[in-house]
Design a protein around this ligand. Structure first.
Ligand code: TMP
Length: 255
């Protein structure tokens, strides 16, 4: 990865110039941060697992008609993606109360929400990603009204689909974060696509039977077994890298 031009380095990934115009190589690091960079560490093998998990989920979402930036996985830590203009809004979908919503409204962790809630945060580390409304998004021009409508309807579909997918492997999708981008085609037509990654870094996943946390909260809260939790998610999805030699089994359905 030495000769390629680095386009951007984030907390968990690096973006390099891709082999063709309009493409980027997304490299997954083992670095982990929490609480807006206050807590730093590494999770051994996380990059390899997140590369696989995100590939798998983006492909499944594409099959139900959600356009994504994902093109193909290149190797253990890298995937080829389409270059998009990232919309500076983090979209969070919540099904069960956990994390910041518990503090904000004094709700006990684990309380099912009356319905799924979509929240928007301004993607700005200096400001600590503040909670924003659709009004801020359209007034400041981060996304147009039709774009935010499209983002909301895609996020609700993604939430429904992924909730079912994870339930099938014995995991509750408590909440998760999405990022979207603008993809310009040859005729300069613009389309909103799902970008970034979907992995246990940006999701809360709890075991259906035990409520055990299987995501980055294990790192945030020093619960131990972080690597094992990420591996277990990949194992249940049927995509553990170790299974490469054997047949890929596909997801292990939990009755
Ligand atoms: P929160 O409870 O801290 O607001 O997080 C909600 C979900 O969004 C959780 O699954 C973690 C994810 N998330 C990110 O991936 N990146 C972020 O910067 C934040 C604040 C949350």
């Amino acid at each position: 990865m030495s000769q390629r031009r680095k386009i951007y380095e984030g907390k968990a990934k690096v973006l390099f110039e891709g082999p063709e115009p309009g493409t980027l190589v997304q490299y997954f690091k083992d670095d982990a941060t929490a609480f807006n960079n206050e807590k730093k560490g590494t999770i051994a093998g996380k990059g390899v697992l997140n590369n696989r998990i995100s590939e798998y989920l983006m492909l499944r979402l594409n099959e139900i008609g959600i356009p994504t930036h994902f093109m193909r996985r290149l190797n253990m830590r890298e995937q080829l993606v389409r270059e998009v203009e990232i919309i500076p809004v983090e979209v969070v979908a919540r099904n069960i109360a956990a994390g910041s919503i518990c503090k904000r409204f004094n709700i006990e962790e684990g309380t099912p929400l009356p319905r799924s809630i979509i929240e928007y945060y301004f993607k700005n580390d200096e400001l600590g990603d503040p909670l924003i409304s659709e009004e801020h998004i359209t007034a400041f021009g981060w996304a147009s009204p039709p774009e935010i409508d499209e983002i909301l309807s895609m996020s609700l579909r993604i939430n429904d689909f992924l909730s079912g997918l994870f339930l099938g492997i014995g995991l509750k999708l408590v909440d998760f974060k999405l990022e979207f981008g603008r993809l310009y085609d040859e005729n300069d037509q613009v389309r909103i696509v799902l970008a970034d990654e979907i992995s246990p870094d940006g999701c809360r996943l709890w075991d259906v039977k035990t409520n055990e946390k299987m995501d980055k909260d294990r790192f945030r809260r020093d619960l131990g077994g972080v690597e094992e939790a990420y591996q277990e998610v990949a194992r249940r999805l049927g995509i553990l890298p170790e299974s490469e030699q054997q047949d890929i089994k596909g997801p292990e359905t939990i009755q």
